[in-house]
Design a protein around this ligand. Structure first.
Ligand code: BES
Ligand code: ZN
Ligand code: ZN
Length: 481
C-alpha cells in the first residue's frame, strides 16, 4: 500500500485538479470562464461545498473549506473529512494522479491531503484478486507556494507509518504470532533506519519477566520482547522518551475465556498499542527527527490450555512484586508491567504507554478519543493535549487518584490484577503505575484502535490511532529545547 505525496515542481500534465477555496472565495477570473464562475456562484448559493467542473480535457474539483468560524482543530478535521470524500470520488472516477491547488493555509492543504491519503488505504493481502483491486489513487501532488517539500515529505512519512500500524492490526492471528510480530519490527527497522532487537523466551526467562511468561503459559508460541531504538547523533533530549505498547497478538481471555458471541471477533487488534508505538518510531526515524526514542513491545497471545495460568495463581513480576491473578483476561497489565520495569534502566525523561487495555475505557468514551491518565508535568500534559487536538486523536484524561489503589489490594500478594466493579480503566492504569518511577502517561486505545464500520479517513478495521499523535508530539519536541 503506497501513496506518493509530493510537492509539485514545474508544470503538471492535464491531470485532475482539486482547487481548495476559502469559505467566501470566488473563482479567479483568469482561470475560469464566465459560465464556470456563475455556475459556481449558483451552487454556492445552494450551500454546496463541492462543485465539479467537467472540462473537455480535465476534471476540476472545487472544494470549499470550512474555515469560517470554527476553531482550528475543527477546521482541520473538517478538511481531512472533505479529503476523504474526495478520495472516494477520485477512486470512482478511476483517477491515479491528482493535483491540489489553492491559496489557502498550509495547515488546511496538508490536512486535506492527509484525509485524502489516509482514506486511500486498503488491505488486500488475503484477497485472491488483490492485485486487481489495487487500482486506486496513487499520487497526490501539491502545487502551492504555502507548502514546502519538507511539509509534503513529512505528510508522506506519517501516512506510510499509519498504514504500517493498520497493516499489523489487520493481519490475522494465523499469520501474526508474537514471533512474526518481532520479524515485522525487524523489517520496519531496515526500512526506516531504527534499531530493533527481539528478545526470545530464554532471554525473557533470564530477565525474570514473570508477567509476560505467565500470560504466555497457555500458548503454543513463545513470547517475544522487542526493543526498538532511534538514537540520532544530536538529540535534543539527554534522557530518552520511552514508548511502551501492548503486543497481545490474540486475546481469548485465557482461562477466564471471553464469552462467545462476538467479543473475540476483533481481538487480533490487541497488539494495536505495540503497532502504534513501533510505527511512531518508524516515522520519527524516516523523518530523521533529532529526538532519542525507544519503544518496548512485550508480545504473546493469551489462550486457555492445560498449562495456562489460572485465576488464583500468584506470579512474581520482573520487579519482584507479587501479583495474585484473579482474572486471566486482565493480561495486558501483566505484560506491560514487565515492560515498564525494563524501561527503568533507561532512566527515561518520559514514558508513554499505549494499549487496548480495558473494555471500560471503550465503554466510557467510545471510539471518539483516547482515554489517558498518568503523572507528568504540566508542560508535557498540555503538549500532549495540544497534539491530540491538532491531529484529532483527542485525549480524555481520567483521574489518577491513589484511592483507587485500595481496590487492587490482595489478601495474599502485593497486588491483584483486577479492581472491581467501578473505575475499570483507572484501576488498570493504577496497576501499571506500581511499576513506574518516571513521568508516565497511559493511553487506553481500546475504543478507537479498531473500527467496525467505515469512519471517514480513519477507515474500517485497524485505524492506526496514536501514530499521528505521537509523531506530532515528538516533532514539536524536536523543535523546542
Ligand atoms: N484486550 C482486552 C480489552 C479490550 C476490550 C480491548 C474490548 C478492546 C475491546 C483486555 O485484555 C481485557 O480483556 N480487559 C478486561 C479487564 C477485566 C477482566 C478487568 C476487560 O476490559 O473486560
Ligand atoms: Zn484480556
Ligand atoms: Zn487484552
Amino acid at each position: 500500500m503506497h501513496i506518493e505525496i509530493k510537492r509539485l515542481s514545474g508544470r503538471g500534465k492535464d491531470e485532475s485538479m482539486i482547487l481548495l477555496l476559502d469559505a467566501d472565495q470566488q473563482l479567479p477570473a483568469a482561470q475560469f470562464s464566465k459560465e464556470e464562475i456563475s455556475y459556481f456562484k449558483k451552487e454556492r448559493k445552494a450551500e454546496k461545498k463541492f462543485v465539479l467542473i467537467n472540462r473537455l480535457n480535465m476534471l476540476i474539483y472545487l472544494q470549499v473549506l470550512d474555515n469560517g468560524t470554527k476553531a482550528l482543530p475543527q477546521q482541520l478535521e473538517s478538511a481531512r473529512k472533505a479529503g476523504a470524500s474526495m478520495t472516494t470520488r477520485l477512486i470512482a472516477a478511476n483517477s491515479e494522479t491528482v493535483v491540489i491547488k489553492g491559496d489557502v493555509s498550509k495547515e488546511l492543504i496538508i490536512a486535506f491531503a492527509e484525509g485524502m491519503a489516509l482514506s486511500g488505504y486498503q488491505f488486500s493481502k488475503y484477497k485472491s484478486n488483490g492485485k486487481k483491486e489495487a487500482t486506486r489513487l496513487k499520487r497526490i501532488l501539491i502545487d502551492s507556494e504555502n507548502v514546502s517539500r519538507r511539509d509534503a515529505e513529512l505528510l508522506q512519512i506519517i501516512v506510510e507509518a499509519t498504514f504500517q500500524a493498520r497493516d499489523l492490526v489487520n493481519e490475522p492471528p494465523s499469520f501474526l504470532t508474537s514471533v512474526e510480530l518481532g520479524k515485522q519490527f525487524i523489517r520496519m527497522a531496515k526500512e526506516s533506519g531504527f534499531r530493533a532487537q527481539v528478545l526470545d523466551k530464554s532471554k525473557i526467562r533470564q530477565l525474570k519477566m514473570g508477567g509476560l511468561l505467565a500470560v504466555n503459559q497457555g500458548s503454543v508460541e513463545p513470547p517475544t520482547f522487542t526493543i526498538i531504538e532511534w538514537k540520532p547523533a544530536r538529540a535534543s533530549n539527554k534522557k530518552p522518551v520511552v514508548l511502551v505498547g501492548k503486543g497481545v497478538v490474540y486475546d481469548t481471555g485465557g482461562m477466564s475465556l471471553k464469552p462467545t458471541g462476538n467479543s473475540m471477533d476483533f481481538m487480533k487488534s490487541d497488539m494495536a498499542g505495540g503497532a502504534t508505538v513501533a510505527a511512531a518510531v518508524y516515522a520519527v526515524a524516516k523523518a530523521k527527527l533529532p529526538v532519542h526514542v525507544i519503544a518496548l513491545i512485550p508480545s504473546t497471545d493469551n489462550r486457555p490450555d492445560g498449562n495456562a495460568y489460572v485465576p488464583g495463581d500468584v506470579i512474581t513480576m520482573m520487579s519482584g512484586k507479587t501479583v495474585e491473578v484473579l482474572n486471566t483476561d486482565a493480561e495486558g497489565r501483566l505484560i506491560l508491567a514487565d515492560a515498564l520495569e525494563y524501561a527503568k534502566r533507561y532512566k527515561p525523561e518520559l514514558v508513554l504507554e499505549f494499549s487496548t487495555l480495558t473494555g471500560a475505557a471503550a465503554a466510557a468514551i467510545g471510539p471518539y478519543g483516547i482515554v489517558c491518565m498518568g503523572k507528568v508535568d504540566d508542560d508535557t500534559r498540555s503538549a500532549l493535549m495540544q497534539s491530540g487536538e491538532q491531529v484529532y486523536e483527542r485525549l480524555a484524561e481520567f483521574p489518577f487518584w491513589t484511592e483507587y489503589d485500595d481496590l487492587l489490594k490482595s489478601d495474599i500478594a502485593d497486588l491483584k490484577n483486577i479492581g472491581g466493579a467501578v473505575g475499570g480503566a483507572i484501576t488498570a492504569g493504577r496497576f501499571l503505575s506500581n511499576f513506574t518511577d518516571f513521568p508516565f502517561m497511559h493511553f487506553d486505545i481500546a475504543g478507537p484502535a479498531f473500527s467496525k464500520s467505515n469512519d471517514s479517513y480513519r477507515g474500517k478495521n485497524g485505524t492506526g490511532v496514536g501514530v499521528r499523535l505521537l509523531f506530532d508530539f515528538i516533532l514539536k519536541k524536536a523543535g523546542t529545547k
